[in-house]
Design a protein around this ligand. Structure first.
Ligand code: F6P
Length: 362
């Protein structure tokens, strides 16, 4: 039996990925005596056979660093992969058979795939095509994987957005402005709503609740009526007005998901057209994915990295590490891909927001 495992990080990066790589490498080497091979740039590295050996000394300083030491790519869909032809044209090919050949050549005891729903769905397809020895670690700042209460990276993003909101409060108050802050999260409102609660926002608009912009304006009037002259509005990039459309910057194609953006500016323009309030928009963008992971994500990454190695040791392939009621457990990989975990519009988080008077637009 092979004594080597592999690990790759796929999809968008986030803080905490290096913590997973470090923990998996240390546990595999120290507890099991296994070699660890890192596959660069997600599944792209499997296609290109771009590997790096991971040792205790190569991962010793990475825990506090954001990004991923292995690189990542959210264009590395092995089932619709952009291949450059000799005449420089790019064609979309299914390169999964080639990846499977390379995987067989690597002769791994197990492969740890660290990713969000896209990367996990590729992993699941590979399992379906015979690459059975795969386990997963869920990561994404969107926290939208059904399998787990928390994904690696989410909490750090909440911290980043919260700090930004704290800073916007003071300037908003000084200038008596309405500050519209667009945050990431794709089709789930976890990042927007959690940060709105933590950052003392007055309005929070999330994809799960289509909002009435007139209600948002009415909330400003109400605050002004009470003598409060500024407001902080958190808008998830996936939020949309009732009867309106998602704000899409780039449409999806076979190689990548659609790119969202502009929801905040749309609302800011609406408010400016309809009222005399002075409005400014801040788009936090990739700042939300950058920099050092917070303590929670370092701990979670470490627990997930160790659990992934345990899953391989126990032969529990086709599972992902997950958090359930605060404990690390194993969940079938389908749970990480089947449907997105969304904020429950009638749930406790939404009721908490309503309970303290945050306007949700409906
Ligand atoms: O899924 C993570 C995420 O950061 C989303 O919140 C966001 O919509 C998207 O990725 C941005 O992707 P990209 O890095 O390709 O711009």
């Amino acid at each position: 039996m092979s004594t080597r495992i592999g690990i790759l990080t796929g999809g968008g990066d986030c803080p905490g990925l290096n913590g997973v790589i470090r923990a998996a490498t240390l546990h595999a080497r120290h507890s099991h005596g296994w070699e660890v091979v890192g596959i660069r740039n997600g599944f792209e590295g499997l296609y290109e056979q771009d590997y790096v050996d991971l040792h205790s000394h190569t991962v010793q300083h990475v825990l506090s660093r954001g990004g991923t030491m292995l690189g990542s790519s959210n264009r590395a869909n092995p089932f619709a992969y952009p291949v450059k032809l000799p005449d420089n044209r790019v064609e979309i090919h299914d390169v999964s058979a080639r990846c499977l050949e390379h995987l067989a050549k690597l002769d791994l005891h197990g492969l740890i795939v660290v990713g969000g729903d896209g990367t996990m769905s590729f992993a699941q397809k590979f399992i379906g095509r015979g690459a059975a020895r795969i386990v997963g670690v869920p990561k994404t700042i969107d926290n939208d994987l059904e399998a787990t209460e928390y994904t690696v990276g989410f909490q750090t993003s909440v911290e980043i957005v919260t700090e930004a909101l704290d800073r916007l409060h003071t300037t908003a108050e000084s200038h008596e402005r309405i500050m519209v802050v667009e945050v990431m999260g794709r089709y789930a409102g976890w990042l927007a709503l959690t940060s709105a609660l933590a950052g003392g926002a007055h309005v929070a608009l999330i994809p799960e609740i289509d909002y009435d912009p007139e209600r948002v304006i009415a909330a400003f009037h109400k605050r002004h009526g009470r003598g409060v002259s500024y407001s902080i509005v958190v808008v998830s990039e996936g939020a949309k007005p009732k009867g309106g459309k998602l704000s899409v910057v780039t449409a999806a194609d076979p190689t990548k998901q659609e790119k969202l953006g502009g929801a905040g500016q749309w609302l800011a323009d609406y408010i400016s057209q309809k009222t005399d309030y002075e409005v400014r928009t801040t788009v936090l963008g990739h700042i939300q994915r950058g920099g050092s992971p917070c303590a929670f994500d370092r701990e979670l990454a470490t627990r997930f990295g160790v659990k992934a190695v345990e899953l391989i040791a126990e032969g529990k392939f086709g599972h992902v590490a997950a958090i359930e009621s605060g404990k690390v457990v194993a969940k079938p990989i389908e749970k990480a891909v089947k449907k997105l975990k969304l904020v429950d519009p009638g749930g406790e988080l939404v009721r908490t927001a309503r309970g303290i008077g945050i306007e949700l637009g409906a």
